[in-house]
Design a protein around this ligand. Structure first.
Ligand code: GRF
Length: 184
């Protein structure tokens, strides 16, 4: 598959995919990286890996995806809602990584540390990461993979975030491998 990765921030999930691609963990090619934020550090990571990068509002996104023959989109720390045209064109071929065990702790406003603050406030014994299909319902698409961890001993939302981030990095590259192998 020719993959476009969408980011908004530090890009640690992107970095885990770049490393996985380099070590042959999956066969797919990360062809380009798109950010809705010009200052996203993930763009630096992408350029250092020799990837083409685009800042969303500066380009005609659909044209860029078309010209690069992109056939799969991965949202990796991307914090914007996708447009209808993109959701339609790539229906069934867009996945997202969410830092919680959906369907709980998903939806509008549930991103970044907010997710882990809610999990912590509810006294959850476990948390984790979810890879799901992207549809017009925020965090509502079919769940593809989940990975959970015991968080009873963790004493802050930040500690939960750091623990879950490690799971995200493992889960997202595995989801790509399963998708290209037709398992998912
Ligand atoms: C991660 O927790 C990710 O799940 C969420 O955004 C956070 C930052 O991701 N969507 P990254 O470091 O930019 O990949």
């Amino acid at each position: 598959m020719k993959i476009a990765v969408f980011i908004s921030g530090s890009g640690t999930n992107l970095q885990s995919l770049l490393d996985a691609e380099a070590e042959g963990f999956f066969k797919s090619e990360i062809a380009l990286v798109v950010s809705n934020r010009r200052d996203a550090y993930g763009l630096v990571r992408a350029r250092e890996a020799g990837k083409a990068t685009f800042v969303e509002e500066e380009v005609d996104l659909m044209a860029v995806l078309e010209e690069n023959e992109i056939d799969f989109i991965v949202l990796a720390g991307y914090l914007k809602i996708l447009g209808k045209d993109l959701l339609t064109r790539y229906a069934g071929r867009i996945i997202n990584i969410h830092p919680a065990l959906l369907p709980k702790y998903g939806g509008k406003g549930m991103y970044g540390l907010h997710v882990h603050e809610a999990v912590f406030a509810h006294g959850e014994k476990r948390s984790g990461a979810t890879v799901h299909h992207v549809t017009e319902t925020v965090d509502g698409g079919a769940i593809l993979l989940q990975s959970s961890v015991d968080i009873e001993k963790l004493t802050s939302p930040e500690a939960i975030q750091q623990t879950v981030l490690v799971l995200e990095h493992q889960l997202l590259k595995t989801a790509i491998r399963f998708c290209e192998e037709g398992i998912l």
